[in-house]
Design a protein around this ligand. Structure first.
Ligand SMILES: CC(=O)N[C@H]1[C@@H](OP(=O)(O)OP(=O)(O)OC[C@H]2O[C@@H](n3ccc(=O)[nH]c3=O)[C@H](O)[C@@H]2O)O[C@H](CO)[C@@H](O)[C@@H]1O
Ligand SMILES: C=C(OP(=O)(O)O)C(=O)O
Length: 345
């Protein structure tokens, strides 16, 4: 296999996982990647990926911000304790383990539904993975993975974002083809805002009955705790809700980058370290704002939808990494929104 490089724009987890695909595809392959990108929401180290993969026999050299990975002799199954809960590292090690020789046990694994999903997919292809979704995953390496067809999970963060769109606009929404069991904590918090949330097997309905939501305090945590990817959207909700709230971000310390713009739009928020303190206001005012990360970008767009006057959100390219046709979907809900390319006047 030839050397290859991975485009910088790819998300952090995907890039880190591709790091292991090179040696997996061919025993004698060698893969080069630059350090992963993703949103600049705090440090995004990949030491846990590297440590785990090294223990399985993957040689990783780091020179001038470039990583080169190859298998020295064999990919070998082993017991790996991941020091900090990491979705990306769990996935990297899990994927490598499917084709390693012998058994791999991942301890302190992340439990996110996406890990269960990827394991189900790999099992369908012939992998032998047990325990995904728990703290301990056991993998028996196999020689060959075959092809297969698989329907991936609905995007729980996209569902959550659209529920917030309705919650902040005194509106109502039915999200179809979703899975409420993936959003337990998010729905629990939404119910705490006093809004009417109902759910069925594959749908969720939120109806505000034109009521203003009540502010809620929360802290982000690994699954099944409150997802860091929903923090910005709930912070927006708090900014226009009745009452005060405290939000604590424990996963990525820089996930408050959209707040200065939200304050310019009229929100009353103050930040101290990894916490923000908010007093809800009745209205936001349209402004020209600059998105800096995916969920912050989505939240600024939603803020613009409910603000008085016109809001222009620059840098919306961040949104494309996480939402398909967001503006079209928002238009179908009644928002007046237009997406323009950088070069359009
Ligand atoms: C546990 C958690 O909430 N993970 C979220 C994280 O996954 P993502 O896979 O991006 O990040 P990880 O779960 O790997 O990171 C969780 C924490 O571990 C740290 N870390 C990670 C890898 C590593 O090698 N070394 C290290 O120290 C990170 O800096 C972070 O503080 O962001 C995604 C995108 O926003 C979310 O979908 C995931 O739910
Ligand atoms: C920050 C996110 O993604 P990434 O890890 O790709 O930067 C996100 O999904 O909110």
């Amino acid at each position: 296999m030839n050397n290859f490089s991975v485009p910088y724009e790819l998300s952090k987890s995907i890039r880190a996982s591709i790091l292991i695909l090179a040696p997996l595809i061919s025993r004698f392959g060698r893969g080069n990647i630059f350090f992963p990108g993703g949103c600049h929401i705090g440090e995004r180290p990949i030491d846990l990926h590297i440590e785990g993969l090294k223990r399985m026999g993957i040689n990783i050299e780091i020179k001038k911000k470039k990583l080169t990975a190859y298998i020295k002799k064999k990919l070998i199954g082993t017991e790996i304790f991941i020091n900090k809960v990491s979705v990306g590292a769990t996935i990297s090690i899990l994927m490598a383990a499917t084709k390693a020789k012998g058994r791999t046990i991942i301890k302190n694994a992340a439990c996110e539904p996406e890990i269960v999903d990827i394991s189900n997919f790999l099992n369908l292809m012939g992998a032998k993975i047990k325990g995904a979704g728990t703290k301990e995953i056991r993998i028996e390496g196999v020689k060959i993975l075959k092809g297969g067809e698989y329907k991936i999970l609905p995007d729980r963060i996209e569902t959550g974002t659209f529920l917030i769109a309705a919650a902040i606009s005194k509106g109502s929404i039915v999200c179809k083809k979703t899975d409420p069991t993936l959003l337990k904590d998010v729905l629990f918090k939404l119910r705490q805002t006093g809004l009417d949330v109902q759910e069925g097997k594959n749908w969720i309905k939120l109806d505000t009955h034109e009521k203003r939501p009540k502010a809620i305090s929360f802290k982000t945590e690994p699954y099944p705790g409150f997802p860091t990817d929903m923090q910005s959207q709930f912070t927006l909700l708090n900014s226009i809700a009745s009452g005060r709230s405290v939000v604590t971000e424990t996963i990525f310390k820089n996930r408050f980058m959209f707040i200065p713009d939200l304050i310019r739009m009229g929100a009353k928020i103050c930040r101290k370290g990894n916490q923000i303190f908010c007093k809800g206001v009745k209205r936001l005012v349209g402004k020209r704002v600059f998105a800096q990360d995916l969920r912050g970008a989505a939240s600024l767009v939603l803020a613009g939808c409910i603000a008085d006057g016109k809001t222009t959100v620059h840098n919306v390219l961040h949104i494309d990494r996480g939402y398909e046709n967001m503006e079209k979907k928002l238009r179908s809900l009644g928002a007046i929104i237009k997406k323009r390319s950088f070069f359009e006047k």
